[in-house]
Design a protein around this ligand. Sequence first.
Ligand code: GDP
Length: 370
Amino acid sequence: MNEDIYCQGCGGPIQSEAPDKMGYVPQSTLEKYELDDILCKRCFRLKNYNETQSVEVTDDDFLQMVSSISQKKGLVIHIIDVFDIEGSILSSLHRVVGDNQTILVVNKIDLLPKSTNQQQLKQWIQSTVKSLGLSFLDVYLISSTKGHGFEDLISDVEKLRKGQDVYVVGTTNVGKSTFINRIIKQATGLNEVITTSYFPGTTLGFIEIPLDDSALLIDTPGIVNREQISHYLDETDLKIITPKKEIKPRVYQLNSEQTLFIGGLARIDFLKGERQSFICYFANDLTIHRTKLSNADDLYNNHLGKLLSPPSESSLKSLGKLQSQSYKVPNKKVDFVFPGLGWITISEGDVTVDIHSSKHVSPMMRSSLY
Ligand code: GDP
């Protein structure tokens, strides 16, 4: 890292080691240009192509940076991923943004089955965030790739911000860059040149996009949540587990003493209860295997990485083997969530299951989304 050289756009320390981190400039560029007016890759792209791209910060750095929002006045947009609500929501959001008003934008809505009742989903999200101790002015369901929900969102943001700046905050991979790039195109038209505002004056790592003559849209670096499974998988595996289009729920009628494997990344053992359906919401490319509970350990030990894949050998090294935990299902419909991977819905009744997952990602039980 070049400790004393800073990006003139966002103020991040210039470095050539980590393309996903703040202040990245390829070594070849560093050698070619004057160092006192250099822009990092993210600011360069914004300036020249009207596009922002993702950068990451660790939790501690993030808290320090984003807490500066609490000293400012503006509307905060917290963007999360509908497919990984638990992994992408920031439970410490209100602490870091202070008294500023916040709205919750739930992205990637195009991944849910078309039959999803959006009003019900919105209510479900509202009660989920309430149980986390969070509250928002409103919740918006959008798709940044398809454009769904943007018209309402943009017109509401225009009213709610009351002429002030807008801060966009989220964990990595929720689609924050895709979201901001769509807003840039929609708000400014493709051809207009956007300039980042120059350091100093910019808060470290934030990049500022003019909304009008007096207000800015501010892109903050994405926060790394170490509990997200994506950090432990190689690129090939990540492609397989990341849904790209509408998820087709897969339904398995199971008797007790049966097991489902989600690739080799997760496993649910149906220990006790009446025959019933287990509805699986995972990327369509991720293979699910049903087997007898009595065969499950052998299958795992002999076929991990082959029949049960992902994980590849390299992913397995960072992910580790599966660990199990027992759950007793209460008398209501629940989802067992494997953060970042997907979830399994169980109807109800007197059911006991064992949930197996990597020690790096904590599975959880929630009241069912559907
Ligand atoms: P960031 O790290 O939050 O800036 O996320 P990116 O904008 O880089 O997006 C991460 C991944 O999610 C990319 O593969 C995007 O194509 C994908 N993505 C972003 N928005 C959406 C969306 O609305 N729907 C779907 N299906 N994928 C999305």
